[in-house]
Design a protein around this ligand. Structure first.
Ligand code: MN
Length: 236
C-alpha cells in the first residue's frame, strides 16, 4: 500500500499516532511531502527515524530548504544570491526553526549531521506515484505560467506557492500537496473541530495542521495520512 502525509512539523506524538494506525509493512511505501522539521521540537529526531526506515520516500519542503540555507548548505542548484547568512537564519527562526536549530547544535552528533545533510540534499521536489503528483506546495513546471512574479526560481515556487490554490489548474494528474494547512482554504478556519483533507479541488490538501500549537484555543491541528489505493484517511 502507498501512504502520503505531509508537514509533520516536529510533532512526534502525531507521527507515532499515524504509524500505529497504518502498521507499515516492508512492501508498503510512505511518502512524506516535506516539512518534517520546525515548530514542534522533535524534527531532527523524526528525520533521523525516517532515514532509518527503508520504505519512506521524503520530498523537500520549504522548511528543510530554509534549514539548509541557514546552515550554509543550500540545496543543489539553489542560488542563495545576495542574502546574508544572518538573513537566512532570521527567516528560518521566523518560521519556527529555532527549536530545530537548537537540537541540531546541541543534540546531533557530528557524524549524523553529515548523513542528514546528504539525505536532504538528495531529496526530490516533486514525484509521480500511481498517476498522482505529489508536491510540497505546487507542481514545479507551473512556475513559468503562475509563479514568475512572486518567486525567484522554479524551486522556490514549488516549495512556497500558495496563491495558485484559489483556482488550481487541472494538470491531468491529481495533485496532492501539503504546505498550506487545509484550514486556511476552507470555511472551517477558526472552528473548534479539526479539519479534514481536501480544500482546493481538484487538488487535495493534506496538511491538517500538525504544526499548530498543541492546545490552540481556536483550532485543533492534526496529522493526516492518505492511502492512495482506497482513499482511506488516517488522522492522529
Ligand atoms: Mn511548507
Amino acid at each position: 500500500m502507498k501512504y502520503v502525509m505531509s508537514d509533520i512539523h516536529g510533532n512526534l506524538e502525531n507521527f507515532e499516532a499515524i504509524l500505529k494506525q497504518i502498521e507499515l509493512k516492508p512492501a508498503d511505501t510512505l511518502y512524506i511531502l516535506g516539512d518534517v522539521i520546525d515548530r514542534h521540537p522533535a524534527g531532527i529526531q523524526i528525520l533521523r527515524r525516517i532515514m532509518e526506515m527503508s520504505n519512506v520516500q521524503m520530498l523537500l519542503g520549504n522548511h528543510e530548504w530554509m534549514m539548509l540555507r541557514a546552515l550554509d548548505e543550500p540545496y543543489p542548484g539553489d542560488e542563495v544570491g545576495k542574502e546574508s547568512l544572518y538573513d537566512r537564519i532570521q527567516l528560518w527562526y521566523a518560521n519556527g526553526g529555532r527549536v530545530t536549530h537548537t537540537s541540531w547544535l546541541f543534540g546531533t552528533p557530528q557524524k549524523e549531521k553529515k548523513r542528514i545533510l546528504d539525505y536532504l540534499h538528495a531529496l526530490p521536489v516533486n514525484i509521480e506515484v500511481e498517476g498522482y503528483r505529489l508536491v510540497h506546495a505546487a507542481p514545479i513546471e507551473l512556475y513559468e505560467k503562475y509563479g514568475q512574479n512572486e518567486h525567484d526560481s522554479a524551486l522556490e515556487f514549488a516549495l512556497w506557492e500558495r496563491d495558485i490554490l484559489a483556482d488550481p489548474p487541472d494538470i491531468g494528474q491529481t495533485v496532492i500537496f501539503g504546505h498550506t494547512p487545509v484550514s486556511y482554504l476552507t470555511s472551517a478556519y477558526g472552528e473548534l473541530s479539526p479539519v479534514s483533507i481536501g480544500g482546493a479541488h481538484p487538488w487535495i490538501g493534506i496538511d491538517c495542521g500538525s504544526g499548530f500549537p498543541t492546545h490552540h484555543p481556536l483550532y485543533r491541528g492534526r496529522l493526516a495520512c492518505l492511502r492512495l489505493e482506497d482513499q482511506k484517511v488516517f488522522y492522529s
